[in-house]
Design a protein around this ligand. Structure first.
Ligand code: CA
Ligand code: CA
Length: 365
């Protein structure tokens, strides 16, 4: 037992010590309390910001979907000068559409104007549909992908390009047979289970369609540079799509892919063709012509005598991705949506227009 001091002086000292101890204890409680309150307030603010940002990004995505649907009602072909492609980067166009057909609202446009809401619509139908490597037209798609890998910006040697195309095909196709290339004598082969099971971290070949392009990084022969694009150049992530499963829209395809469509041509002719296509389709006065499925034959000297895989070329787009980023407070919230545009004939007879936008996938990033 501690012995209490008995003299009056030391009792006063003890009382003072007690008071100080109580004050210290109380202030500790207050400080802890304040910290909890401030954490709660900033936590609540961040939750509120996130909810507001998500709501704003949703509004932007709905606006993008309306834009795509109105375009579908307006015409049956798609190109890079259409409103859906320019809307989110062109303030004048946004005002014009608000006046013209009431698209958007002044409030929403103000959010886009001061960068609290930004985004874009990407035409996935203008990219190479990687899952089509396992389809009826597989041979044609393989030739185009090989040509894509052989030229700018990848410049792979023939054997390497073929090997990679075979490995991607084996990754996707349901069978476990390793692809073999014998006619060229290059010795290129694909990759199935056995190739992946011998890796340090063994895994199996997917043998099914890609759900995400990132999966390509698991395929033998794929490198980060090829996928991401080296030194700011385009990578396979920009040129391939898992959302689109069929024809490539030549009105929106990036230059390297247009060039790859001319896979059968001499290098010089293919280069000239891609250049001519990009120049022609960029010109506003040519817009009307772009609706013709064979405009590149009829209107370009560079296209006249080319052998092109018409069975996989189109001028219409059906699959798009919408990326909308909204900012509230310090950080932004991005809503990513993949959509398919098409007709729904089960809609009531009374509806004059049966176009619909169907969400294929949505994620918050
Ligand atoms: Ca259109
Ligand atoms: Ca397989």
């Amino acid at each position: 037992m501690p012995v209490l001091p008995t003299s009056p002086r030391s009792r006063r000292g003890a009382a003072l010590f007690l008071v100080l101890a109580v004050i210290a204890a109380l202030s500790a409680v207050v400080v802890t309390g304040m910290r909890t309150v401030s954490v709660d307030v900033s936590g609540a603010r961040s939750v509120r910001n996130r909810i507001q940002a998500l709501a704003l990004a949703r509004s932007g995505s709905l606006l993008a979907a309306s834009l795509l649907l109105l375009d579908y009602k307006d015409n049956a072909y798609d190109h890079e000068n259409e409103d859906w492609a320019r809307y989110f980067s062109d303030p004048e166009l946004r005002l014009k559409r608000l006046d013209q057909d009431g698209l958007g609202s002044e409030r929403l446009l103000a959010f886009i104007g001061d960068d609290r809401l930004s985004g874009q619509i990407v035409d996935e139908s203008g990219k190479f549909p990687v899952n089509a490597l396992d389809s009826q037209q597989a041979e044609t798609y393989k030739r185009v992908l090989t040509a894509l890998l052989r030229n700018e910006p990848f410049n792979l040697e023939e054997r390497k390009a073929k090997t990679l195309v075979m490995a991607i095909t084996d990754w996707i196709d349901a069978n476990g047979e390793t692809s073999q290339e014998d006619e060229t004598g290059l010795g290129a082969t694909g990759a199935e289970d056995d190739a992946y099971m011998e890796a340090e971290t063994a895994y199996r070949c997917k043998d099914d369609s890609l759900d995400s392009l990132q999966e390509l990084l698991l395929v033998r022969g794929m490198s980060r540079d090829l996928f991401q694009g080296a030194e700011g150049r385009l990578g396979l992530k920009d040129l391939l799509s898992v959302w689109s499963a069929s024809k490539i829209n030549i009105n929106t395809a990036p230059g390297p892919l247009v060039r790859a469509l001319a896979a059968e041509a001499q290098a010089r002719d293919a280069d000239a063709f891609a250049k001519a296509v990009l120049t022609f389709r960029r010109e506003e006065r040519n817009e009307d012509v772009l609706k013709n499925e064979d405009w590149f034959f009829a209107n370009l000297a560079e296209g006249k005598n080319l052998q092109l895989p018409l069975e996989i070329i189109t001028v219409k787009s059906s699959v798009f991705t919408i990326r909308m980023t909204a900012r509230e407070g310090a950080r932004g919230t991005t809503l990513f949506t993949a959509v398919r545009r098409g007709y729904d004939n089960t809609l009531p007879e009374s509806l004059p227009f049966k176009g619909i936008i169907k969400t294929l996938y949505r994620s918050v990033r």
